[in-house]
Design a protein around this ligand. Structure first.
Ligand code: FES
Length: 314
């Protein structure tokens, strides 16, 4: 983590606030690719992930946007109410779990509400790289649409399509038939992303061409399915028993072994660890279906094991 100073705090809509964060040391900020996010330490023990919005001076200040969600676990409300201009806060280096596929010739981008933040950065990168793309942005109304003016007047404004409640076009019509040169990216509420994925599947799109960003935990499998298992740490040979009511991360932590972690709910990817042997029981929302199928990484904060033992690279 390193320190940044809140340079500007802007009310983008009545529920969305953006923050500009400049380096406290005066040094250039680490570069990032579209789709990247940072961890923000919002308060004691409160770390949240926010996507970075690309702009011309990204080396001087990072920009993030936060939806005020009173039903959340408190991070967004604390960002809105307690984080103010001039304040110093801690953030992590950017990490990217939602990157653009380099082979993609055409991209379809679908944003629902606050999901616009990584999607907008993808549009900027695609435009810079002369790639064909469309950005479809779903919100309640123009007033609820963060960055409406910016997206309506930017250099790729003709690629942006706004869909307000009541005037939406069915996503399967927009997506069209499967195209082996195209990739689809979506970010927004879980139900919205499911709708977009289902529309693409309905049109015969391949799973490998569907990508989503998930910052909210999906329901974790029924605890009745939990079973104890053994973790073997390959670098030391330490063996740990993970009890039914314990996570793998708890067991590792109890053994006094440090491991990077942040959300502890399978959405940020910080704790992703290599699996050398055994079959994980993936419970996270961060690995893609293809990554899960390979069974060579898992998230110890929430995932478990289907095999009796997992040997991990730790
Ligand atoms: S700590 Fe976030 S995925 Fe495990």
């Amino acid at each position: 983590m390193f320190e940044v100073i809140v340079k500007r705090k802007i009310e983008e809509t009545h529920k969305i606030m953006s923050f500009e964060l400049e380096s406290a040391s005066g040094q250039a900020l680490p570069p990032f690719e579209a789709g990247s996010h940072i961890d923000v330490k919002v308060g004691e023990g409160l770390i949240r992930q926010y996507s970075l919005i690309s702009h011309e001076q990204s080396d001087k200040f990072y920009k993030i946007a936060v939806l005020r969600d009173a039903a959340s676990r408190g991070g967004s409300v604390a960002m809105h109410d307690d984080v103010n201009v001039g304040q110093t806060i801690s953030i992590s280096e950017p990490r990217n779990l939602f990157s653009l596929d380099s082979t993609c010739q055409r991209a379809l981008l679908f944003a629902g509400g606050i999901g616009i933040t990584p999607i907008m950065s993808m549009a900027v990168e695609l435009y810079r790289n002369n790639k064909a793309f469309e950005l479809h942005y779903y919100t309640r109304s123009k007033e609820d649409t963060a960055f409406y003016e910016q997206l309506s007047s930017c250099e790729f404004a003709s690629n942006v399509f706004f869909h307000f409640d009541g005037e939406e076009k069915a996503a399967d019509k927009i997506i069209g038939p499967a195209d082996k040169n195209a990739h689809l990216y979506t970010c927004g509420p879980a139900g919205f992303m499911d709708y977009i994925f289902d529309s693409a599947r309905f049109n015969g799109w391949d799973e490998a061409h569907l990508h989503k960003e998930n910052f909210k935990a999906e329901p974790i499998a029924d605890s009745a399915e939990d079973r104890p298992f053994k973790l073997i740490l390959s670098r030391t040979g330490i063996e740990l028993d993970v009890a039914v009511d314990q996570t793998a991360l708890d067991a590792i932590d109890d053994a006094g072994i440090e491991i990077d972690m942040s959300c502890e709910m399978g959405v940020c990817g910080t704790c992703i660890t290599r699996v050398l042997e055994g079959q994980p029981d993936h419970r996270d929302s961060v690995l893609t279906a293809a990554q899960k199928a390979q069974n060579d990484v898992f998230t110890p904060c929430c995932s478990r094991a289907k095999s009796d033992t997992l040997i991990i690279d730790l």
